[in-house]
Ligand binder design. Structure first.
Ligand code: C5P
Length: 241
């Protein structure tokens, strides 16, 4: 089994939310030295595939490949091996895929080559779903109870952490302890527009509440000078470089 990688000192991962490879590369290049890593998701991957991922990884920034796998265990294991081989530092799956799928994802990451395996984290309940949506798809409510139950399930199957909203940090930290990684979007510096994010918190507050990685998109990529915006967030967090 390969070792779990250490997290970067700078907890900020910038979300490269674009299908445009040149745009993503321009952002990532300008962000080197100002963020701990970058995140690319389904929008980027669907447009640019494995080659696009390799181009980002080649820039040398840790990459969270946010593809939220959810399928039968054998298929998810194959997908995790494939993205681990591309050099992703963090990959994710839906906790609702169940214990066998979670265990298969973890085992696949452990079998992957390279100096260190990717972190494997779970999505619990999508923050776009409210209790009425969960009732509509036959899932238990309230959402908060499902979030904690799914986080504990992910932890018991050996996953490294979960993606959660700022509002969920305290409950998951209490249930899963200090070693479980919490990756948190919905972050807004107090000098940035909130956009469509409803329940937001500042980078400092999220870090102080117990977040390990802060996913920040538009406050960085919506500016002309992405490096300067990321640098301002780093200095808000007291990170000097
Ligand atoms: O631009 P913004 O900072 O809102 O981007 C946040 C990023 O985190 C986006 O990539 C978004 O898809 C992702 N995300 C989120 N809320 C979640 C899960 C992921 O905003 N619950």
């Amino acid at each position: 089994m390969t070792d779990r990688p250490d997290l970067p000192v700078n907890p900020v991962f910038a979300a490269l939310d674009t299908p445009d490879l040149d745009q993503a590369l321009t952002w990532a290049d300008a962000l080197r030295g100002h963020v701990g890593g970058v995140k690319a998701g389904l929008e980027f991957f669907s447009a640019n595939g494995a080659d696009g991922v390799r181009r980002i990884v080649d820039l040398g920034l840790p990459l969270f490949l946010d593809l939220k796998f959810h399928d039968i265990p054998n298929t998810v294991a194959g997908a995790v091996r494939a993205v681990a081989d591309l050099g992703a530092a963090i990959v994710n799956v839906h906790a609702a895929g169940g214990p066998a799928m979670l265990a298969a994802a973890r085992e696949a990451a452990e079998q992957s080559g390279g100096a260190s395996r990717p972190l494997v984290v779970a999505v619990t309940v999508l923050t776009s779903l409210d209790d009425a949506d969960l009732t509509a798809v036959g899932q238990a409510v309230p959402a908060r109870d499902s979030v904690v139950r799914l986080a504990k399930l992910a932890q018991s199957e050996g996953l490294d952490g979960v993606v959660c909203s700022p509002a969920e940090i305290t409950a998951i930290r209490a249930a899963c302890g200090n070693d479980f990684k919490l990756i948190v979007p919905g972050i807004r510096p107090n000098w940035a527009a909130s956009g469509d994010q409803k329940r937001i918190t500042t980078p400092t507050q999220a870090r102080d509440d117990g977040a390990d990685i802060l996913i920040i998109g538009r406050p960085i990529t919506g500016t002309e000078e992405v490096g300067a915006a990321a640098s301002r967030i780093a200095s808000d967090l007291g990170i000097n470089r």
